[in-house]
Design a protein around this ligand. Sequence first.
Ligand SMILES: [Zn+2]
Length: 193
Amino acid sequence: MEKQDFDSINFQDIPSEFYCDSNDSVFEECTFCRKKLFTSSEAYMIEKSFKINQNNGKKNTVFEYAICMSCNLKKMNAMSSESVSNIKSYMQENFSQEDWELKTNSGVNLFEKCAVTGKNVEELSEYNIIGQFFSNKMVLGHFPILLSPSIGEEIQELLSQETKDEFDDFMNTINDVPPELKELFKTKRPVIV
Ligand SMILES: [Zn+2]
């Protein structure tokens, strides 16, 4: 990702799937440090977790956040090297680069299926979507991806106890995070690295 030519990066308007529930529009600030995302020169990530209401098929947001690169770096620095290398090899084994390129070039529905299991979104009662953004655009490349909840659980298992403790410390250093999100991060730590 870091080595990608700037010219080859594709941008598109932010899809409504990544809108913030509270204002039904794009995320304006980093959930953690409150940095303004549009005027900052940093890229950022958004993760949203949905649960499907089995009665009416509508999706409800379980949690959502935007994280700027500075906060993401802090989070990564809180991880032990053991955890980082575990996750990297997991990603290499399970994520197909070809698939990503195919999908971003062909204009197919980006949220059609789980990037790891290949399960169609219709079969999932819960899922997470993760995207990368810059200013008011979505960056197409490794992201966006849709993941089944089981992937998040598998990744959590790759984290060392040391990292889990450090994540808790990381969350404790961050102010202004809604308490429910803070609790959630402690039990169900963020997937993206
Ligand atoms: Zn931030």
